[in-house]
Design a protein around this ligand. Structure first.
Ligand code: PEP
Length: 257
């Protein structure tokens, strides 16, 4: 299926913001707000690890999908504190954020680590959501496009995709995350074009068209979400802060559908 045939995708990244009890309340409230109506978008929620199991049970009868905020690149073994793709799979996860800028920054995740995480996600048939983005300094130096191109290439060089596997690339300018001010649609669309060029260096036209989606993240809310999800070059959004309240998330869902 071509990415333009998909419904817009909304990925809610709840980071380390909620207790398990808060998460359960939020999911229940979201389900109540949906009121049994079919979702007009693909909605993926990414709670903290301990909340995955209870959330899986809560969303069982809905079309909401479960995402994880990270993964380790080995499938089992002596890796204290890490979590494997097969454990994530077992608790109902189907999407995994990989290379979020907070992990690149605070946890010093490197490009080879991100590349290996992408590979293990694909082995376990999880969809990686690869986050790429420039810092303010990189943008001000005129290096945005080079940085993005290189992040995409290093995450994906050597990756083989089966026809039923997909990858999402999330363009998230680091300096915009949590700032309250998203970049303009044309800015994000121009960067998405750079991402596409990097993909065309690695994959056939058909694979890029059918198996990849590019989305935008960074201070998305209901006032700007629609642009980023209209399905031209960008087909969805990754939302942090504005996805932490059911009413706000519902407004975003309504605005893009
Ligand atoms: C994020 O960190 O992935 C994000 C999109 O955050 P926010 O929406 O809060 O800018």
């Amino acid at each position: 299926m071509s990415s333009s045939n998909h419904q817009p995708i909304i990925i809610a990244n709840w980071k380390m913001n909620l207790l398990v009890s808060d998460t359960i309340r939020l999911v229940k409230s979201l389900i109540r707000s949906l009121n049994g109506e079919s979702l007009p978008v693909e909605l993926v929620i990414c709670p903290s690890y301990p909340a995955l199991l209870p959330v899986r049970d809560l969303i069982k009868k809905t079309r909401i999908a479960l995402g994880a905020q990270d993964v380790f690149w080995k499938d089992s073994g002596p890796y204290t504190g890490e979590i494997s793709p097969s454990i994530l799979k077992e608790v109902g996860v189907s999407y995994v954020l990989v290379g979020h800028s907070e992990r690149r920054n605070y946890l010093k995740e490197t490009e080879p680590m991100i590349h290996h995480k992408v590979l293990t996600c694909l082995t376990e048939k999880l969809t990686p959501v690869i986050c790429v983005g420039e810092t303010l300094n990189e943008r001000q130096q005129g290096n945005k496009d080079t940085v993005i191109f290189q992040q995409v290439k290093s995450a994906l060089t050597g990756v083989q995709l089966a026809s039923d596997q997909s990858i999402i690339i999330a363009y998230e300018p680091v300096w915009v995350i949590g700032s309250g001010q998203a970049v303009s649609y044309s800015d994000a669309a121009q960067t998405a074009q750079v991402i596409k060029e990097a993909l065309f260096d690695l994959f056939s036209f058909k694979i890029v068209a059918n198996n990849f989606r590019i989305i935008y993240g960074g201070s998305v809310d209901s006032s700007n979400a629609r642009d980023f999800a209209k399905g031209e070059i960008l087909s969805g959004i990754l939302v942090g802060g504005a996805s932490l309240k059911a009413a706000q998330l519902m407004n975003i869902i309504k605005s893009v559908s």
